[in-house]
Design a protein around this ligand. Structure first.
Ligand SMILES: [Zn+2]
Length: 149
């Protein structure tokens, strides 16, 4: 009772996320590999392990868009083409990534391209960004260069 207002009892209390042996169910990585975020793009975003391939870097940048990590987007951009800042639109929710094709971008390559479709929701609508991106290395690590023309 609060000031005469009856508070109905909660029929099915929602268990606290930490209720099960202290383990939180892993968040799936937004990039769609099926791996938990911490074992997938989360390693690149946190700086634990740089992306090993151009495609892995591309996936980690999609995840950075999905997670709103503007710092990572700048860090993973080549210094020669990087904008001064990245403005993320809070109304745009990046929900799904499709990798359509790739060239180079492997462990022994210095360059690569990845063509992808990135799907987003915005307000009541949805959209898709289709891009063929070029990746190169900076200090040995994969970075985004820009769109292939
Ligand atoms: Zn991922």
């Amino acid at each position: 009772m609060l000031n005469g207002v009856r508070v109905p009892p909660v029929a099915h209390p929602v268990p606290h996320p930490l209720a099960h042996n202290g383990a939180v169910p892993p968040i799936p990585c937004p990039c769609g590999t099926g791996l938990p975020l911490v074992d997938c793009c989360g390693r690149a975003l946190s700086g634990t392990a740089p992306a090993a391939t151009a495609e892995a870097l591309m996936r980690s940048r999609f995840t950075a868009f999905a997670e709103g990590d503007a710092d990572y987007l700048l860090r993973s951009w080549h210094p020669d083409t990087r904008p001064r800042r990245v403005e993320l639109d809070p109304d745009q929710r990046w929900v799904r990534l499709e990798v359509l094709g790739r060239t180079g971008g492997g462990l022994l390559h210095a360059e690569g391209t990845v063509e992808f479709r990135a799907h987003y929701l915005e307000g009541a609508g949805q959209g898709v960004l289709h891009e063929n991106s070029r990746f190169t290395r900076s200090d040995g690590n994969w970075v985004y260069w820009g769109t292939v023309r």
